[in-house]
Design a protein around this ligand. Structure first.
Ligand SMILES: [Zn+2]
Ligand SMILES: [Zn+2]
Length: 406
């Protein structure tokens, strides 16, 4: 029996368990850092297959770690990490499909673990909280969770029936900038001249960010919301708040654009006689994703072998969303291919309808095939020194490991 056959048989055997996991996470969605039941379900499923998992790893209550292989003298053995996410979105459940990510990761880990162990390599499953709003992966990086990892991989669902992004996968980096303006309350009709209007500061800031948007790179994105606009119309708001996301394709441009946004906020305070309390990076920045094409080609091969047509690499669209997997991808060679769930093209992630796609039979088929391909990638990494060398050379050529320095 080849490794590929062994992986396929193992994942097929897990199909009912993986379907149940994806369904249970869908039925009980939990937002970032509150994924207690979700992490417990994953740990229970691993335990049912004889794997001990640590919930609460890396100092985070809902992070998870399980390991296979290693043993005496294995510190230098190649170490591949399979990444799981399982947080949901507020109000719209698993509309980013992280229940599928969890199923793919658990299936890939359980299928690859015995093979990796036999080969003398190491395999980890790292469960990362709060991809949506907390940067759990960066927190795990800071806690040393990736210090002995050599390469990493995960799969993310996407809209439409297309099944692979491969070379086309690109995300922006994102930083959050929160601002609270402090003014002075007054009766809005009785003595408006005594007031200093914090809501005016927010509105000025919001409009100025909109003007700034005309003069940024096509690969940049700026957007925000007003999170506090005052208490009552007859009170001049003494306090008002907004939250902006700053995105760019490059780390340096991300820094520069953030500085320009901060200047806009300070200008709005000056214009309105208020004081700006600015919080840059209330959660860790997400760095732009850097896909390792040597590793991705193995994923593509294994995924195509499951009967999927892989579209030729296309020039990816500019802008776009962000993921904290970007931070991992700048630390070690990584893959983050997207996975079409076979739904209609007009159902997108972060729309409630997308959550419903994740429990349809087509999504389960995609989950199983992706788990097979991710397991095959992990096994290939451990088994094939030429692949490791190619992945390392490509990673070094793109600048080698880098971390966000605040
Ligand atoms: Zn999302
Ligand atoms: Zn997501």
């Amino acid at each position: 029996m080849t490794a590929a056959d062994e992986i396929a048989a193992a994942v097929e055997g897990l199909r009912p368990d993986l379907a149940r996991l994806a369904r249970e996470l869908y039925d009980e969605p939990e937002i970032g850092f509150e994924e207690h039941a979700s992490a417990a379900r994953i740990a229970a499923l691993l335990a049912a297959h004889g794997v001990d998992a640590e919930v609460g790893a890396f100092g985070l209550d809902t992070a998870l770690r399980a390991s296979a292989g290693g043993g005496a003298g294995a510190a230098s053995a190649p170490h591949f990490a399979i990444i799981a996410e399982y947080d949901a979105l507020p109000g719209i459940g698993h509309a980013c499909g992280h229940n599928i990510i969890a199923g793919v990761a658990v299936g890939a880990f359980l299928a690859a673990a015995p093979i990796v162990a036999r080969l003398g390599g190491r395999l980890s499953l790292i469960g990362t909280p709060a991809e949506e709003n907390g940067g759990g992966k960066e927190l795990i990086i800071r806690a040393g969770g990736f210090d002995d990892v050599d390469a990493a991989g995960m799969v993310h669902p996407s809209s439409g029936s297309g099944t692979s992004s491969v070379l086309g996968q690109r995300t922006t980096g994102v930083r959050r900038v929160a601002v609270t303006f402090h003014g002075r309350a007054a009766h809005a009709a009785g003595a408006p001249w005594l007031g200093r209007n914090a809501l005016d500061a927010v509105v000025t800031a919001y409009q100025s960010v909109a003007q700034l948007r005309q003069h940024i790179l096509p690969t940049d994105r700026l957007h925000g919301i007003i999170t506090d606009g005052g208490a009552a119309p007859n009170i001049v708001p003494e306090r008002a708040s907004a939250l902006f996301y700053v995105r760019s394709a490059e780390v340096g441009a991300l820094r520069e654009l953030t500085d320009r946004v901060v200047a806009v906020l300070e200008g709005a305070a000056l214009a309105t006689g208020t004081r700006a309390e600015i919080d840059v990076d209330p959660v860790p920045p997400y760095l732009p994703l850097q896909t390792n094409t040597a590793l991705t080609s193995r994923w593509t091969e294994a995924f195509a072998a499951r009967g999927h047509e892989i579209p030729p690499p296309a020039e990816p669209p500019q802008g776009g969303p962000s993921t904290d997997m970007g931070n991992v991808s700048r630390l070690v060679p990584s893959i983050h291919p997207s996975l079409g769930l076979g739904g209609p093209d007009d159902v997108f992630p972060h729309n409630a309808a997308f959550a419903d796609l994740t429990v349809l039979p087509a999504a389960l088929d995609a989950l199983v095939d992706a788990a097979v391909a991710l397991a095959a990638t992990a096994v290939a990494y451990v088994a094939d020194p030429e692949l490791r060398a190619a992945a390392a050379a490509e990673f070094a050529a793109s600048g080698g490991p880098s971390r966000w320095e605040g």
